[in-house]
Design a protein around this ligand. Sequence first.
Ligand code: SAM
Length: 299
Amino acid sequence: MNTAKLATLDDVPGWLFSQDQALISWFLERQNRLAIPGDLLELGAYLGKSAILIGQYRVDDQRLTVCDLFEDAAQDHDNDEEMRQYRSTLTRLAFERNYLAFHTALPSIVQGLTSSISSHVAPRSCRFAHVDASHLYEHVEADIKACRAALHSDGLLVCDDFRAPHTPGVAAAVWSAVTSGELHPICLSDSKFYGTWGDPGPVQSELIAWLETFGPQYVETQKIAGSTVVRVADWHPPKAEIRSHAHVATRIGAPGVEASALRKGIPIARRVAREVLPPVITRALKALMRFATNQSTTR
Ligand SMILES: C[S@@+](CC[C@H](N)C(=O)[O-])C[C@H]1O[C@@H](n2cnc3c(N)ncnc32)[C@H](O)[C@@H]1O
């Protein structure tokens, strides 16, 4: 792929939909706001779409580690079959080029099976882990266990494709970790499961307040095996407009353009409102904005 053509995250091939771009950004921004320490981990990077987003929230000397086979062979037949869909596009070099189009340095890259990850990441050193490698039950079960060891008690686990029709193994592995009574769900998007082995209460309350302000019209909660879980549905937030260096370079200098806002790709007024105003005020503002939009579309 010609990285000169990468202007925004949207141009990077991958499977990270806008709901999860918004949720991952919210969880990581919250961790940064609360100065929750720890590294970031991704199992299954493909061409970098999710890693580029996660890397936006790495601060100071924190480490983002990504693990992928890239062009290496899998060690079992079923995993090798799974890998066939990536073979025509996936190389480590393509990942690195994409990542460097958005960031100034590469993450720590472990090229190999995710089953080796515990030898690269210290126990309880991480605050965030994204499981998106093999979708076969035995692999996902082992990946979740490895993430449990890597995460500290305020850590967040995100699992991809926990309910897609073609990935029943992910569903089985995720829900058995929940029904064992140890992994606590926080929320479910259309594609991803978000949970913690710590206390889900505070983060879940904050998430509900944020979703009621900026999220879908309707936020549902359900009880599963004694845990409350928030379900996000019918929600199409704007995509994270993370801009590549090339894109920023062409825009810097244009009147009224601020470099940091371009890199984050989020309007400054919205960021300030989201982070500073109390939920009751932002809720009222949101209602006002909806009213104004309805007025202008019904005219
Ligand atoms: C669905 S893709 C990841 C998508 C990426 N997270 C994104 O949002 O664009 C799955 C990736 O997992 C990798 N993979 C599959 N099985 C693996 C294994 N056993 N160990 C390491 N990587 C694996 C594949 O090479 C592929 O790049």
